[in-house]
Ligand binder design. Structure first.
Ligand code: ADP
Length: 646
């Protein structure tokens, strides 16, 4: 059922009179345009305006309160026929003070249901609003106290207050819990508290407590142990605030009791393990250190004094490299910079350091990067170990090995040489003896064959002596080189011709791969033909009957410190017994022979060493390879032109 205008006015005015007998409400009505058509006289008591003043200027009396922005919306709702719930507006009184009104309004309909007006009652609720804000403050305070209690509970903290003058304390339940005493029987005075404290802690705790009271401190904190009723030990932390009178005498102590047993136990364990590690580090026969990201020592163990003669404080703040001799410093800087850049672990790095007394000390270093709690790289931690003795022993061992090797090479050489000298010498002596004995009886052809044998052995001896001579001259740097432009292919042909007899003896086939260009280069023809002859005679010596030797000359590039230059390469490929891969380089060393031919093949192991010296002197390169078809390939490359002498 819809409310009619008369009903509303009667009900509201009755309400207004009965409930708000002190005249804190007025009634109103406005038309469908929103223009006030009626205002009750109580308006003057509440706001100070006359009825007419209010009807004419209503809109200018509204304040800027945010609640007022919704007034037109509420009016529109009422004019659309919807009954509103009460809403607040703020309005200026005639004396410019502000007043909160609560508006209850309702639409008025005609008989056919159209809205013809809106009528309502405005209550002065300013006092109410004031009360509400006080209530809000009280509520907030209560919430704060609840939160404080929740925080105390979460921290497992008990509260206490102690009346210093009357020696009496008030504890909350949590405090009784923490001290594990019965609230009914506990005396709450100083003497009772003393009985709870572990005897070893009593003196120091009382001293601290009395010092805090007699000083001008307002706050203090003490940790001590108590016995619980089941005879366990519990750590208590007290945080307290002292209230003093004007003279500074303590009146009250308020504060918190905290059970810190777990934290203390952890702290004690941590201290124990720290002291264990510290004593390990300090007694270690290694120098333990820490450096920062720049390589400056931030910690060094005392062992440094035994090792390098410096006290730790003399070294802290120095760089990792400052105790190394100059060259070593430069070498190590680049080594360590690489590790530090990548923050990598380094191990077994050897370096030389200077003892304070000037002696050299060899150290071996291991280190790992260290990071702070945020994962940021802060330097390295590690150890330096003195390996001077070990390094010296190693050096002596290496020197001994080298000396033994040299000794062995010398013995091998002497054995080889005596064999090489004795064989032709024997032949010379035997055949000359035959000649002397059979001078009258032997036919001239027989004597000629003796002379030929003597001559061949003489030649062999001469070649050997020439090799030795070449080598000693080469070593003394006294061998002359006569460089001139010449065709390499011509020298090759002469060398092959010289070996014709031997080639035929073994029925070897020579295959020459001719170059498509001339083979002119600047070289010493005698030395290069000696190299080719050495290659050829070895190839013949180590080849089976009836196999093939392929010989090629081709253009090749040479790489040297001076850059790339054009050169000529000569290679001789045989199908002989070959050379093991790991010996391809060493056969160019003096007196070295391949393990495959060492026994019985004869030779001194000097030929290839001399060849290498010759080719080096030509600024060329010499090497041996494995022939994939079996056998070996020996090659050298020499530049087309010798570099100009500077
Ligand atoms: P020598 O032949 O007088 O011993 P070389 O210096 O000329 O001295 O040769 C050194 C060693 O290299 C030889 O003893 C042999 O073991 C190995 N060698 C050289 N050429 C060949 C080859 N074509 N095939 C197999 N082994 C070779």
């Amino acid at each position: 059922m819809k409310t009619t205008r008369n009903q509303l006015l009667n009900e509201d005015s009755a309400d207004c009179v009965s409930i708000h007998s002190d005249n804190d409400c007025f009634s109103f009505s406005h038309d469908t345009e929103g223009i006030f058509t009626f205002i009750s006289p109580e308006i003057t008591l509440i706001l100070g305006y006359s009825q007419n003043e209010f009807l004419n200027h209503y809109s200018t009396y509204l304040t800027d309160a945010p609640e007022n922005s919704k007034v037109s919306e509420y009016t529109n709702q009422s004019l659309s026929g919807n009954k509103q719930t009460a809403y607040p507006i703020q309005i200026y009184r005639k004396d410019r003070s502000t007043c909160w009104l609560e508006i209850n309004e309702t639409p008025i309909f005609d008989d056919i249901g159209n809205v013809i007006a809106v009528e309502g009652v405005a209550h002065d609720i300013s006092e109410n609003i004031k009360y509400k804000s006080v209530l809000k403050h009280v509520l907030e305070k209560t919430t704060y106290q609840n939160k404080l209690q929740a925080a105390l509970d979460a921290a497992d903290a008990g509260t206490f207050s102690y009346d210093v003058i009357n020696d009496h304390s008030w504890w909350d339940n949590k405090s009784y819990d923490i001290f594990s005493v019965n609230p009914e029987t506990y005396q709450n005075d100083y003497a009772s508290w003393r009985k709870l404290v572990v005897s070893e802690d009593l003196a120091i705790t009382e001293k601290k407590f009395k010092q805090a009271l007699s000083s001008s401190l307002t706050r203090f904190e003490i940790d001590y142990r108590i016995h619980t009723n089941n005879n366990n030990i519990r750590w208590i932390n007290v945080k307290a605030q002292i209230t003093r009178n004007k003279k500074g005498n303590a009146l009250w102590i308020d504060g918190l009791h905290l059970n810190i047993t777990k934290t203390k136990e952890l702290e004690i364990k941590l201290l124990e393990s720290e002291s264990r590690f510290r004593s390990l580090v300090e007694k270690s026969p290694d120098w333990i250190w820490e450096i920062d990201t720049e390589g400056y020592y931030t910690y060094t163990s005392p062992y440094i004094e035994d090792l390098l003669g410096y006290k730790p404080e003399e070294v802290i703040g120095q760089t990792f490299f400052s105790l190394m001799p100059g060259e070593e410093r430069a070498r190590l800087l680049s080594v360590f910079q690489n590790y530090i850049k990548k923050q990598q672990v380094f191990s077994a790095i050897e370096h030389t350091n200077l003892h304070k007394n000037g002696n050299l000390v060899i150290l071996e270093t291991n280190g790992s990067p260290i990071y702070n709690i945020d994962g940021q790289f802060i330097g390295y931690r590690g150890i330096h170990r003195d390996i001077t003795e070990r390094a010296e022993t190693k050096k002596i061992l290496i020197e001994k090995e080298i000396a033994e090797q040299a000794n062995k090479s010398k013995s091998d050489f002497l054995a080889n040489m005596s064999h090489e000298l004795r064989t032709p010498m024997h032949a010379i002596l035997s055949f000359s003896n035959f000649g002397i004995k059979k001078f009258n009886s032997a036919p001239p052809e027989k004597l000629l064959s003796y002379f030929n044998k003597i001559n061949q052995s003489g030649e062999r001896l001469l070649a050997l002596l020439n090799d030795l001579l070449d080598l000693s001259k080469l070593e003394a740097g006294k061998l002359e080189f006569n460089f001139r432009l010449y065709e390499l292919s011509i020298v090759l042909k002469q060398c092959i011709d010289e070996q014709e007899a031997l080639l035929n003896e073994k029925n070897l086939l020579i295959k020459i791969i001719n170059p498509e260009h001339d083979t002119q280069a600047e070289f010493d023809t005698v030395k290069v033909s000696q190299v080719i002859t050495n290659f050829l005679s070895n190839a013949i010596k180590f080849s089976e009957q009836g196999t093939t030797l392929s010989i090629a000359i081709k253009a090749n590039e040479l790489f040297s410190d001076a850059g790339i230059s054009n050169g000529l390469c000569l290679s001789i490929t045989d199908q002989g017994i070959g050379i093991p891969d790991n010996e391809l380089d060493t056969i160019f060393d003096k007196f070295i022979q391949s393990s495959k031919t060492k026994t019985g093949a004869g030779g001194t192991g000097l030929g290839l060493a001399i060849c290498k010296e010759f080719i080096d002197a030509h600024h060329g390169r010499i090497w041996a390879e494995h022939n994939p078809q079996g056998g070996s390939i020996f090659s050298f490359v020499i530049p087309l032109q010798q570099p100009k002498k500077t």
